[in-house]
Design a binder for this molecule. Structure first.
Ligand code: NAD
Length: 314
């Protein structure tokens, strides 16, 4: 199998590549290293080729799709907060980049796409746990809008040009090689100032967390077991963890147990943040896949591995 992984030098994409290589795939990574790291791929040799290309550049990226069997599309701006300052990043790196991907697939007859979407497409006030058939989906962040648009592009290329699509709405994915997100931020804050941990919001924000190994195993399991033209799945764990609990766990794991946890107040971490989110995972479970970690275990495991990766010494 010859695969393209856009964003393959990133956190989730690089873990998926480990699995693809283990099963014998030949992998072409399209990644401009804007938030990914070449070192996440450094342990691979002949089966993985990294092309340093910006997927918003259609002329440069499109020729690489020739002769490919499946595309795993992860490349995107990973920072939801950025949309509060720069309003066209998600449009370009999300919506337009996804157009470039599906259009390149059409031109080069690549049959199958996996698209990395997010729980944020559901917007606010969705029932918890949120099932895949909840609607209408009204995202409240620019990042969420780009994921919703990306889903529509995949679905319309499936309907019009006969592509097969797998859309995965991820919970918060955490684990080793993480380069952003709440646990990563807390470790860096404590490293800078071991006596205080500032938490955005009131700490009562509550979301479900999925360990990255569980996430990539779920992706491959669903792609092996399901074969509809368009396959839509939430990927998450069985429960949630509050930001307050995450702060306590990170403080415990760093050993900076005298650190004062200080809350900035308000129900949201930032404009566009969704304070409470939990995905319904019955559809995923019905395929025969189950997660190894619940949310709190995934948080503690991630705190440990990221402290190891980041190091607490200045
Ligand atoms: P990441 O930042 O580690 O990975 C994104 C990768 O895409 C990086 O390697 C980056 O260099 C690359 N990239 C970005 N823009 C590019 C461009 N224009 N051209 C080429 N390469 C580009 O982020 P991640 O956490 O691994 O997320 C992967 C995907 O999963 C993203 O689409 C993200 O929106 C989605 N997602 C992640 C989470 C999560 O909790 N991490 C949750 C929901 C959805």
């Amino acid at each position: 199998m010859r695969s393209i992984v856009t964003g393959g030098a990133g956190f989730i994409g690089s873990h998926l590549i480990d699995r693809l290589v283990a099963r014998g795939d030949e992998v072409l990574v399209l990644d401009n290293l804007s938030s990914g790291k070449a070192e996440f791929l450094a342990h691979h040799t002949s089966q993985v080729t990294h092309i340093d290309v910006d997927i918003t550049d259609f002329e440069a990226m499109s020729p690489h799709f020739k002769g490919v069997d499946v595309v795993y599309h992860f490349a995107a701006n990973p920072d939801i907060r950025l949309g509060t300052q720069i309003t066209d990043t998600d449009l370009k790196q999300g919506t337009l980049a996804t157009y470039n991907v599906v259009e390149s697939m059409r031109i080069h007859n690549v049959p199958t796409i996996m698209f990395a979407s997010s729980s944020v497409v559901y917007g606010e006030n969705a029932p918890m746990p949120t099932p895949e058939n909840h609607g209408p989906c009204m995202p409240i962040s620019l990042y969420g809008a780009s994921k919703s648009a990306g889903e529509s592009l995949v679905s319309s290329w499936v309907g019009t040009f006969g592509l097969q699509g797998y859309i995965f709405r991820f919970a918060n994915i955490i684990g080793d090689r993480g380069t952003h997100g709440v646990i990563f931020d807390f470790i860096h804050k404590l490293k800078r100032n071991p006596s205080e941990l500032e938490v955005l919001g009131d700490g009562r924000q509550e979301k479900s967390y999925m360990e990255v190994g569980d996430c990539v195993d779920a992706i491959l399991h669903v792609m092996e077991t399901e074969s509809e033209p368009l396959n839509l799945f939430n990927l998450g764990s069985h429960d949630t963890c509050s930001v307050r609990r995450i702060a306590e766990i990170v403080v415990e794991e760093t050993g900076y147990t005298d650190a004062a946890i200080v809350y900035t107040g308000g129900s949201r971490g930032w404009a566009g943040d969704i304070p409470r989110a939990m995905l319904g995972i019955d559809k995923m479970l019905a395929t025969g896949f189950n997660v190894k970690y619940n949310s709190e275990d995934a948080v503690r495991h991630t705190a440990r591995v990221l402290i190891e990766e980041i190091g607490l010494e200045n």
